[in-house]
Design a protein around this ligand. Structure first.
Ligand code: CAA
Length: 677
């Protein structure tokens, strides 16, 4: 049988899903399962079926790659409906994760026996979907409407013990007893008969609590169509019988599947997994990182050391003197304390992590590690001093990484005299939280060094994206194009409130003006001064001492220490003065223009980045924006969005804006349409 192992003994058929890597329920698996059930029904000798799986994952659910094409019969809901008609008992034996359609498959069985390693989840919501094979109908009937609603809307895994307590599995047995226990259960069900999930309506007594929970969930995410669909579908379990509820669920599922939001979320799922694959770089390193040294114990260095400690990789922080070393440890302790207070870390967890971090003075101890991450100031002279010293004091083969956001990694590599060992690791702040690491491959970086860093970044639970050397790499380089338009549109007549509102309506959690106020306007002001660039509005704000939240205000005012900005009449006046000084007549910009001028130049820069080979694939650019810059996940990423809008339209609009405002920097890259087609 395709993707299944089938054995028969004493009237019992044992079916094992066997389709690595995750036993997804693709068309071939569904067809094979249908055939087995048909054969077992016809075969008089067969008395029951035990359904298990090979591998660590019991079943990851539907094959998501099939969702971009029209569904192929039998679809999972049809297969499970036919299992309902099956007259002999079916017992699921679950020793790994049962997700999505994988959980729905086992819910369609008569009993579920699991091992302590098993876990259960309905993660469809993370793909902008609802469970489409009876999950919203069976789970409430087994576990109660509120518990089902929580599980389906958070999409998270439940361990076996929780599943048992929730009432949707029957028994937990040791790993080695799984098949025997499932067989025993099947034989006992042969005597007592099938035990299907009730097909009647849900008990109305659960309705008020369900409605209250649903209202709270929908209130938090009013725009997520999948949430509304989930609530509607579980509501159906009260109002409709089981078969009608399943039909309605399937209709909702198909509607969501064909929507742009789910398409974007599915795309993001695969894009994230692909970014770790780098052409010409081995998928496993010859010698993985076991110890790290972090040079600098400031905010960034401390966060990086914590990221390693959180993954149980010992980290040594190097500081310039004892006081700074002590401050670094204190800072880290303070951050862990905060997590303990919030309940996200136990006291023991904090102690284990802290025991992984030491802080020392002097670069000499750095050589004990197999990876050294430099997180000192963003200044070429500082980097020169550190990398030339590291080149002398560390052994050949120790990977030397610079944590830089902008600087030329080829130049830094040259300081070390061992450029094959050098690369960039651009962590995002706070480094212990943010998932993205741009790994900057320099001209001479050895593929083994890259493999080692890709591997360790994955072990940190982060997402690696390999990029090439250029100013700002991928993320900051594209961001610069957006920032340029923010300033330009403020000069032409837009307001900070309008610009921020347009991007938050698009899905960003924060707009660029509020974000600059939070991060501080002075950092980019200093950088502009150093490179001779100008941003008339932002420069004027900085000249007026408005660096953002940390001073009197920035684009907004922050009365009485508030963290929410309000419009400042003084800023509007200042912008008017700057526009007059620059000879720009202020006008009202409509929201569409604002949005397109914020997003399309970024897409254009992305196309240039692809053309130059700084990023290997457009999905890598999207992963960077999703995880480093808060791009709304339901919109896939800037390059995915470009394809949804149509590259031709992006190019035409850029051309039109460029002509209208006489700003050549908006002119699209000539290969844009071809590259993004
Ligand atoms: N369909 C197709 N491919 C899948 C898949 C799925 N459901 N789940 C995982 N894969 C692929 C991954 O893309 C990856 O492929 P590559 O090696 O080519 O990159 C491979 O399987 C291994 O996956 P991971 O790298 O993620 O492995 P992991 O061990 O870290 O995690 C997992 C395993 C927990 C199962 C994780 O892959 C996962 O969460 N998968 C998605 C589960 C999911 O969302 N299921 C719901 C599907 S929708 C559904 O079922 C609808 C319905 O109601 C009918």
């Amino acid at each position: 049988m395709v993707a299944l192992k089938v054995s028969k003994s004493g009237g019992l058929v044992v079916v094992m899903l066997d389709d690595p890597p995750v036993n997804a329920l693709g068309h071939a698996v569904r067809t094979s399962l249908r055939d087995i059930f048909q054969e077992a029904e016809a075969d008089k000798e067969t008395i029951a079926i035990v359904l298990g799986a090979e591998g660590k994952v019991f079943c990851a659910g539907a094959d998501i790659t099939e969702f971009n094409k029209p569904p192929l019969a039998p679809v999972l809901s049809e297969l499970l409906a036919s299992m309902d008609e099956f007259t002999k008992p079916v017992v699921a034996a679950i020793g790994g994760a049962a997700l999505g359609g994988g959980l729905e498959l086992v819910l369609a069985c008569d009993a579920r026996i699991a091992t302590p390693k098993a876990s259960f989840g309905l993660p469809e919501v993370k793909l902008g979907l609802l469970p489409g094979a009876g999950g919203t109908q069976r789970l409430p009937r087994l576990a109660g409407a509120v518990a089902a609603l929580e599980m389906i809307t958070d999409g998270d895994l439940r361990p076996a013990q929780t599943a048992l307590e929730m009432g949707f599995i029957d028994q937990i047995v040791p790993d080695e007893d799984l098949l025997a226990a499932a067989t025993a259960m099947a034989i006992s069900l042969v005597k007592t008969g099938r035990r299907r999930v009730s097909t009647g309506r849900m008990d109305a007594a659960q309705w008020p609590a369900f409605e209250e929970a649903a209202k709270a969930i929908l209130g938090k995410q009013p725009d997520a169509t999948e949430m509304t669909a989930i609530v509607e579908s579980i509501r159906n379990s009260f109002n409709l019988d089981f078969a009608a509820g399943c039909r309605a669920e399937q209709a909702l599922f198909q509607e969501l599947r064909q929507g742009e939001r789910s398409e974007a979320l599915r795309y993001a799922f695969f894009a994230e997994r692909q970014s770790a694959r780098v052409e010409g770089v081995p998928s496993r390193p010859e010698s993985p990182v076991e110890r790290v040294t972090v040079i600098g114990g400031g905010t960034m260095g401390a966060g990086i050391a914590m990221a390693f400690a959180n993954a149980a990789i010992p980290a040594t922080i190097i500081e310039t003197d004892e006081a700074a070393a002590a401050r670094a440890i204190e800072r880290i302790g303070g951050i862990y304390d905060m997590s303990v207070r919030r309940g996200s870390l136990s006291v023991e967890g904090k102690a284990t992590r802290l025991s992984c971090i030491v802080a020392q003075v002097g670069l000499d101890r750095a050589s004990e590690a197999d990876l050294i991450v430099e997180a000192a100031f963003e200044d070429m002279e500082v980097k020169r001093a550190i990398f030339s010293k590291l080149g002398e004091t560390t052994r050949d083969g120790v990977t030397l990484a610079t944590n830089t956001s902008y600087l030329d990694v080829d130049q830094i590599a040259a300081f070390s005299g061992r450029s094959k060992d050098v690369l960039g690791m651009h962590f995002f702040s706070p480094a212990n939280v943010m998932k993205l690491v741009e790994i900057v491959r320099a001209r001479d970086t050895d593929p083994q060094a890259l493999a080692r860093i890709v591997d360790v970044v994955k072990r940190l639970g982060k997402i690696p994206v390999v990029v090439g050397v250029c100013h700002g790499f991928v993320g900051n380089r594209m961001m610069a194009r957006r920032s340029e338009q923010v300033d330009r549109m403020l000069l032409e007549g837009a307001t900070p409130v309008q610009i921020d509102a347009v991007l938050t309506a698009f899905g960003f959690r924060m707009g660029p003006c509020a974000m600059s106020d939070l991060a501080g306007l002075d950092i980019s002001w200093r950088m502009r001064k150093a490179t001779g660039r100008k941003a008339p509005i932002a420069d004027a704000l900085c000249e007026a001492g408005r660096f953002g939240q940390k001073t009197a205000g920035g684009y907004y005012a922050y009365p009485e220490g508030s963290r929410t900005g309000v419009t400042d009449a003084g800023v509007i006046e200042l912008m008017e003065q700057v526009s007059a000084r620059e000879g720009v007549t202020r006008r009202a910009l409509d929201d569409r223009e604002v949005l397109e001028r914020l997003i399309y130049p970024m897409i254009d820069e992305g196309a240039r980045i692809l053309h130059e080979g700084i990023a290997a694939r457009s999905s890598d650019i999207d992963v960077i924006w999703l995880h480093g810059y808060n791009w709304p996940r339901g919109r896939g990423g800037p390059m995915f969005y470009a394809k949804q809008v149509g590259p031709k339209i992006v190019a035409q609009q850029l051309e039109a804006y460029s002509a209208a405002i006489g700003n050549a920097s908006l002119r699209p890259f000539e290969g844009l349409v071809e590259l993004l087609r």
